[in-house]
Design a protein around this ligand. Sequence first.
Ligand SMILES: [Fe+2]
Ligand SMILES: [Fe+2]
Length: 277
Amino acid sequence: MTQENLKFIHLTDTHMNAAGKQDGLFSKVHMADNVRKVFKHAKESGVKPAFVLITGDLSHEGDSADYAYIRTVLDECSELIGAPVHVVLGNHDHRGPFREGYLMESSSEEPYFYSFMYDGLRLIGLNTQIPGSHSGELDERQLGWLEAQLKEPAPQGTIVGIHHPVLAIEGMPGDHLLKNRGRFGDLIAGTDVIGVMAGHVHSNNVGTFRGICAVAASGTAFAGELADQDNYAMINAISYNVVSVNAGEGITVRTVEIPTAREELVRFPISLLAAQH
Ligand SMILES: [Fe+2]
Ligand SMILES: [Fe+2]
């Protein structure tokens, strides 16, 4: 009998808000239903993840009631798939309401970051979101904490979850990237980190960063595509990634598309992109 590899599910950019609160463009898509579809699909296709990682933009400018709703949706999903769900914050998230509504603790602007271990695989979630800005970076406190964590390697390596990616997408303005990715790269190069999972760009983008597999997943809310040289389009699309950890060798990333009509929701100039992710 062959032993199954350790797996986890990576999804991102769920942009959920409490029922009836999605407006404008976002009213065309039921964001929470998209997330439910992902978990149902993963369950029915027999994926047995050790955990699920959601890399930010959980909500679209949500308040504490939105985060309480998101917690209810994700608790249901977690129960369905039989695995814990871990989240990081994105530029459309807000720390205070997240802490109140999702973590059920008192409101604070403290960055949300953590480390968990699953069968020898370490998951580190970091907060790249800067309150009041669409840009992302890691603050000194988290960089110091990360360096200390990585001094001790994990048996199956470490996965880092962040919102802002470290790899540029051709044709897309560069300000979507993690600003201090140079410092971050210096810290993780030569450590046990085997994968950096991100979101924000609503587009699947996989490459290497300092020799480490770096992934930006597409998202469950919508996909973003370059429509032509000057314009960007948001497409009604849902996808998630199944990541297998091949002990001592690396990771495999398999993208799963949930069938949709893929209709174009909106098209706008690339120059306006920074405000839209
Ligand atoms: Fe984002
Ligand atoms: Fe987003």
